[in-house]
Design a protein around this ligand. Structure first.
Ligand code: ATP
Length: 289
């Protein structure tokens, strides 16, 4: 356990996608998306401490590079360069969000780093300025800075906040595989006639506080690629539904699957049911944040 004085500790929350549609491709190769983003109660904990020079990352619970490839490092360097900071920072990451799982763990760590170091070092960047820096690290970083329920368009960085999604309980299941977001987008067949999720209808259901309107519109076009490669995702979705979910979907590029339940009791019962099925490496009962 590392102990610092003058430290700042921040949570970096995971997200799920209640809806994910791809509507086109830009000249630079990026996909144009329409996504309903939702923060959930699974989070990493980051502790920031000032240092004389350099950026050092330490970590508990998870295997990741702690050097320049870590998105925390990239965020810290970008922010310190933008703020003309000569000093350094020590950053400790307690990793809980499953890695390469479609839950934006890396983007959320980057967002927490921009927010945390901005505060710790008194740099005075506005949220909007942090979002503009964040998109240079990843398309989901601006959303992770904002959090809550939102419609994300463009490459994911054009954000429209939505009212909080209706209350419910969630079961989140991560099978024992990691999926590269790049692989999934590269294998997305633009010629295929997808069933596009009803993103506008989902926004209205959220605005009207209709949980059934949300669960009936869950949809993610990336399932076409990831489920073909990893059929366990379809089995997990089926299991979630057999265990009483109102709806179930893969999040982001996968492989994480979530189920939406009426109550925490039902989600906990489904947890036991999924545990017995043995399809998931990690299971969480949580809710929207
Ligand atoms: P998204 O939903 O944004 O596509 P993801 O949840 O699928 O992301 P992440 O957990 O964010 O995936 O990780 C994607 C890759 O980024 C991993 O392969 C990992 O090596 C790298 N990475 C770098 N820094 C981090 C970090 N701090 N946390 C998680 N992954 C990181």
């Amino acid at each position: 356990m590392i102990q610092y004085t003058d430290t700042l500790t921040r949570k970096a929350y995971a997200k799920i996608n209640l809806g994910l549609d791809v509507i086109g491709r830009l000249e630079n190769g990026y996909h144009q998306v329409r996504m309903i983003m939702q923060t959930v109660g699974i989070y990493d904990v980051l502790t920031f401490a000032p240092a004389e020079s350099g950026i050092r990352i330490s970590m508990d619970g998870g295997e990741l590079p702690t050097g320049e490839d870590n998105l925390i490092y990239k965020a810290a360097r970008l922010l310190m360069e933008a703020g003309g900071v000569k000093a350094g920072a020590d950053i400790h990451l307690e990793k809980h969000i499953p890695i390469a799982a479609g839950m934006a763990g890396g983007s959320s760590d980057a967002a927490a780093t921009l927010l945390g170091l901005n505060e710790l070092l008194g740099l005075g960047f506005s949220r909007e300025q942090l979002r503009q820096l964040g998109v240079r690290i990843g398309a989901d970083v601006p959303y992770c800075i904002m959090g809550g329920t939102a419609l994300a368009e463009g490459i994911g960085e054009v954000l429209t906040p939505l009212p909080p999604a209706p209350r419910c309980a969630l079961l989140v299941a991560k099978p024992d595989i990691q999926v590269s977001t790049k692989y999934v987008y590269e294998h997305l067949d633009a010629e295929k006639a997808w069933r596009h999720p009803d993103i506008d209808g989902m926004c209205s259901a959220i605005e009207n506080g209709e949980l059934a309107g949300v669960t009936s519109r869950l949809g993610n076009v990336l399932e076409t690629v990831t489920i073909e490669a990893y059929p366990v995702i379809a089995r997990l979705k089926q299991e979630m539904l057999s265990c009483g979910a109102m709806g179930s979907l893969m999040s982001g590029s996968g492989p994480t699957v979530f189920g939406i339940y009426d109550s925490q009791e039902q989600a906990r019962a489904a947890y036991d049911c999924l545990e017995k099925a043995g399809l998931a490496r990690e299971l969480f009962v949580t809710s929207f944040v």
